[in-house]
Write a protein that binds this ligand. Structure first.
Ligand SMILES: N[C@@H](CCC[C@H](N)C(=O)O)C(=O)O
Length: 291
């Protein structure tokens, strides 16, 4: 089967975007893995499918698959590319959309300067909803919140890391580090991602606080490995930093792929994420039938 795709990126987090508004392509997990493959496919951290929605007040369904082929609830950098894609392809005319994801409804808004702001909804702190199994663990109080101990069994047995845990529609564990450049992202990332306390696995964030309005961030993403930026990871890190008493409500997040601005007023307020969204190229690819 031959399919049309658009390659996009937001702060270096890259995507293959597929138009399923007229008909479903019927792709399997193997097909998503193939498209994401940087040697045999197009290459991407996530595959984003654009679908129409029958629900009143909802413009589109936004379906997200990680590079490992698994479907997930939310993707922030992808949400910015999503609104850019539907506008550029004539699928929508409004600058503000309401988009259904597995993780809830989000509202991307295309700005006059080409940057996109997404209302990502309110963070979720209820641990069973992350989901995180805290049974028998003793949290460490920090700011107006708490961090949870994770025992990491791997190259360095019995390492205990304290992480802030929340959901932005998808699960995040955020730890503070002195310097993101030297942080053990590639060693600890996979151990945290697959930690048995997270039944749906988790995205592992490594946050360096530079000032009350600036952080540096690296994220080892569930199902994709370390990416150049993670939008929901940036939201989760800023929310964690605010609740831990380290950050104010408007923060510049420096990632390896670019800068994002995250705003959060606390409590049940939604998190607002602003950043770039760029089309890289478009093309057709023959995908094997039997994946
Ligand atoms: N890159 C994304 C997050 C994509 C999903 C994530 N890997 C997960 O499994 O939850 C972003 O920009 O938020």
């Amino acid at each position: 089967m031959r399919i049309r795709f658009t390659k996009m990126q937001g702060a270096g987090n890259d995507f293959v975007v597929l138009d399923e508004t007229r008909a479903r392509l019927g792709l399997t997990r193997g097909h998503y893995r193939f498209l994401a493959d940087r040697h045999f496919g197009v290459g991407a951290d996530q595959i984003l499918s654009v679908r129409t929605s029958p629900a009143p007040g909802i413009d589109f369904e936004y379906v997200i698959h990680n590079a490992d082929g698994g479907e997930v609830e939310q993707c922030g950098n992808g949400a910015r590319c999503f609104v850019r894609y539907v506008r550029d392809h004539g699928l929508a005319t409004r600058d503000v959309l309401r988009v259904q994801t597995l993780g809830g409804v989000i509202e991307p808004r295309l700005g006059a300067d080409g940057r996109v702001t997404v209302n990502m909804g309110a963070p979720v702190f209820d641990l069973p909803r992350v989901p995180f199994d805290a049974a028998g663990l003793q949290p460490q109080a920090a700011g107006s919140w708490q961090k949870w101990p994770l025992a990491l069994y791997g190259p360095a047995p019995d390492t205990i890391k304290y992480v802030a845990i929340l959901s932005m529609g998808n699960p995040h564990a955020v730890q503070l580090v002195d310097d993101v450049e030297t942080a053990p992202v590639l060693q600890e990332g996979p151990l945290i991602e697959h930690h048995p306390r997270f039944p749906k696995r988790v995205n592992a964030g490594f946050m360096q606080v530079v000032s009350r309005s600036q952080i540096r961030l690296r994220v080892y993403e569930r199902g994709a490995g370390e990416t150049l930026a993670c939008g929901t990871g940036a939201c989760a890190a800023v929310v964690a930093g605010v609740r831990l008493g380290l950050l104010d409500g408007c923060v510049e997040v420096a990632t390896r792929g670019g800068a994002l601005t995250i705003e959060w007023a606390g409590g049940d307020a939604p998190v607002l994420m602003t950043g770039p969204a760029t089309t890289v190229f478009e093309g057709d690819i023959e995908i094997p039938d039997t994946l």
